[in-house]
Design a protein. Sequence first.
Length: 257
Amino acid sequence: MLPVLPAKPVAPRPVVRPVAAPEEAAGEPCPSCGTPNLPGRRFCRRCAAPLHPEEKPAPLPWWRTVWPFRRRARASSGRVVRGLVILAVLLALCAGGLLLLPAGRALFEDTKDKMGKPKAVTPVAIAASAEIPRHPAKNTTDGLNNRYWGAPGPEASVTYTFSKPFRLVDLLITNGASKSPEDYVRQGRALRMDLEVTTQDGDKHTKQVTLSDKAGSQTVSTGISDVKTVRLVLSSPAGLTKGRHLALAEVEFFQRS
């Protein structure tokens, strides 16, 4: 036998695998990538995004987010109770508004009084229940500190009438016979006055004013609207001895400008 030459290794032939044909689809495109998908699919064959995402419910209006409206109404479940609760809340709000309205209005007017600059107002008529000769009640509005209204004793009154209604903010009272300390003690003084204010509608506002026994002006805050007349009644005399009478030097009225 003849010698045999060794065989040469032969490389295996590559196996050609068939390429899968692309899936043909004709349907609604994917909302995310736009790839068409066969009907009935739930997810995209390319990006796996949901083909039919659930729509989000529309946001509730703001009033539905407040209790008791925020609870979704189930079929005939709790509607009567919620209706009664809503009605009770509305009634409580109305009652609170009616109760707080006068207080709120007074606070508003007081704030305007403090923000505005007071302006002097002069009465058109002055009438006193009693007067000492040469010391009439009109001396209380003449702007002079050395003249005064002389009253024979306590319970004497003086009434000031104004031409048109106004907002009375403050009273400035100069008690006694003068601003001068020497002249102040020469006559009696009323340490208390009963203030009675009558408005244009006939309503009366009363206030007890306590004065210090000292010379000079003293401010009395009022804050009364639509003032037509102001009446002062003298009481609690001091220094009223024999031969003396009660003296009131000045009464000044200030309205809101």
